[in-house]
Ligand binder design. Sequence first.
Ligand code: SF4
Length: 354
Amino acid sequence: MAAKSNILEVSDLKTHFFTEQGVVPAVDGVSFQIKRGGTLGVLGESGCGKSVTGFSILRLVRPPGEIVAGQILYYGRDAVNGDDLAQIDATSEEMRQMRGSEIAMVFQEPMTSLDPLFTVGNQIMEAILYHQDVSKAEARKIAIEMLDKVRMPQPREMIKKYPHQLSGGMRQRVVIAMALSCRPKLLIADEPTTALDVTTEAQILELMRELQEELGMAIMFITHDLGVIAEMAEEVAVMYLGKVVEQSDIESLFTDPQHPYTKALMQSIPKVGQKAEGRLETIRGMVPSPRNIPTGCPFHPRCASFMQGICDTKLPQLKQSKPGHWVSCFLYEDGGGSHSSTPPPAPPQSIGEG
Ligand code: SF4
């Protein structure tokens, strides 16, 4: 059998949180693939389940959260059959080895990953010594090389510094150096530049692209920022309330967005050449609580194309509307991508207003 061209295939993943107030379906039937060496952007507002999806892949979801269904097939160790990460004990040595040496994660806030009590050199070396059979001196050499690779000035001096002695951008470089020190095949980057100023953000994004090319690593890039998605991703999955509502290659998403939520996201960002007096569009209402997901299409209380009796009663499925482009919306149920001729009724009351 031939090796898979994908490094990761997630199918119908469900991660639910069993709280005293009820079950929160944070990830509710998510499917996507990431190509070897490719970049999948996962886009959505806060609370859409994009970070929980990343945590689920690395088996870092803690009680009351639990993966209740689905497959996470990783083809890094076994390129033909893959390993189902959903079936590996999250606390096992096998999963601990998998984290870091096969799949690494970079978070929005570098201090989530860095210990203020140890020098950055010690922390990078610890990751190297845990995953690689090298001496302390070799680990130190690799740590300096990695800091040099992420363009840290004077890496030999920098490894002696504590996290609080570095700027936010430098700390994120350290975290990237730590994540990449064991040359993972997949990097999950969860809003890695959101806390940085725009200049540092541009530098970090460029750095990640260069390192990706050099190491041949795939990236799952989680963000709420369409500009970052446009810069980084080749494929995009748009998430809303725990589900993927649209998925396509980057060009198709930007030239022909189909789901009303994606369209609304696109209309809510400023464009070059837009008149200064023009008002930016906003998405009406608020994201409903995941404890109280609307019936039918979860986006229907906010949707400008809402169709009464259809959108509020049935759940649309993710279907291919044109080659390589999937969308879950009744406007595309016939597969032709044509809009319904039924005029939308008066806007429904949004959850946020109710
Ligand atoms: Fe809007 Fe209906 Fe499509 Fe949902 S299914 S996005 S409510 S048109």
